[in-house]
Ligand binder design. Structure first.
Ligand code: PLP
Length: 388
């Protein structure tokens, strides 16, 4: 049996909490690592009660307890919910709104989410308007133009890594009575804690850095001072909508999170060094990375990202799509694959994935920088760029 999560003694640093993964000891063997709770249902007492407090694991799986507690602690939230994917978590936030509500979203954000907002959210009668990433004045103008229920932030924004000032936009949104949700997948709780900057909710595609090993699809939503009615609605969307994570995936996710701080630090250091090394390369027209002082969002990023600027950077190859695709084809250490935030480095030509209406330029290659030896990554990129 798993005991309650134990947090006695002096407060512990986030690195310690993550490394321990959980403070609860499973009985009867005293396992330091939790067993995987696979039961879907729990015995009911003769008085019709549930002695252990659980009835059915679709929305009450004990497999979630440790991960949700750890995430709440790392984000400084009051509660967390795991989902079957990042998109399931994001969709649950929007599904907690009312038909007719208006959402303000960034023009550049994860393509699948933008598509969901344009297709599904609009189909359900929600209004969706887009603001220019990193432009708080544009957010202010759009908030003044029409009543808005939710402001969505993604920072750094996939795939060109624009930075939005979470504190400034949250203050504006709150002044207009709007909720703020931050997709903090790329920043992770290691670098940014959006709730402390004024957001109501944080979303993670836990598929990426939180898990970090390219073997789990998962999502998470963390609650700050979001009104309880909204939070309970999100919980209900999960429980009745059924986009739930399996117990094995939850167990793997906790295992991945135990090394989160080390992995994110290594990826940030590699990405920063690569961005600096490539910045003036003649085969490139731009290196997009918030850790470069020339990046338009650098000053805001330096304020709201502590300990690094993330492991994601993009390069724009001179000459357009054909040479960009050829560079990706010549890479040997970077693997050609979608997704991000894992221990191994990935490269992707995003425009060909996102289709004709993408805001992503055709010469852009997205690099998810892993934790390999920097010299190997740098040599790989330099040989691939040599023939452009
Ligand atoms: N948010 C960001 C920033 C992403 O990059 C992704 C996926 O790439 C998602 C959300 C969606 O996450 P998932 O694939 O876990 O549904």
């Amino acid at each position: 049996m798993t005991g309650p999560v134990r947090r006695d003694g002096p407060p512990l640093a986030p690195q310690t909490l993550a490394a321990h993964g959980s403070e609860s000891i499973a009985q009867p063997y005293g396992d330091l690592v939790q067993p995987i709770h696979v039961a879907t249902t729990y015995e009911r007492a003769t008085d019709l009660g549930y002695p252990a407090g659980r009835a059915y694991s679709r929305d009450q799986s004990p497999a979630y307890d440790q991960v949700e507690t750890l995430l709440s602690e790392l984000e400084g939230g009051r509660d967390s919910l795991l989902f079957a994917s990042g998109l399931a978590g994001a969709a649950a936030i929007v599904q907690a709104l009312q038909t007719g509500d208006r959402i303000l979203a960034p023009r550049v954000c994860y393509w699948g989410w933008r598509k969901w907002l344009l297709d599904t959210a609009a189909h359900w009668g929600l209004q969706v308007a887009f603001y220019e990433n990193g432009d708080a004045d544009d957010v202010a103008r759009q908030l003044a133009a029409a009543p808005t229920r939710l402001v969505w932030i993604e920072t750094p924004a996939n795939p060109s890594w624009e930075i939005t000032d979470i504190a400034a936009v949250s203050a504006l949104a709150r002044a207009h009575g709007a909720l703020v949700a931050v997709d903090s997948t790329v920043s992770t709780p290691v670098l940014t804690r959006p709730l402390a900057l004024g957001a109501h909710l944080v979303l993670h595609s836990a598929t990426k850095y939180l898990n970090g090993h390219t073997d789990v699809i998962a999502g998470a939503v963390v609650a700050g001072d979001v009104p309880d009615a909204v939070w309970q609605r999100i919980r209900q969307v999960r429980g009745l909508g059924g986009a739930v994570l399996g117990p094995f995936e939850a167990w793997l996710l906790l295992r991945g999170m135990r090394t989160l701080f080390l992995r994110v630090a290594a990826a940030c250091a590699n990405a920063q060094a690569l961005a600096e090394a490539l910045q003036h390369h003649p085969a490139l027209v731009a290196v997009l990375y918030p850790g470069l002082p020339e990046h338009p969002g650098h000053a805001v990023a330096a304020r709201q990202m502590q300990g690094g600027f993330g492991g994601m950077l993009s390069i724009r190859v001179r000459g357009g799509q054909t040479p960009a695709v050829a560079v990706a084809a010549r890479l040997r250490v970077f693997r050609r694959a979608t997704s991000l935030g894992s221990v191994e480095s990935l490269v992707e030509h995003r425009a060909s994935v996102e289709g004709p209406d993408t805001p992503c330029p055709p010469d852009l290659l997205r690099l998810s920088v892993g934790i390999e030896a920097l010299a190997d990554l740098q040599a790989d990129l330099l040989q691939a760029l040599a023939d452009v």
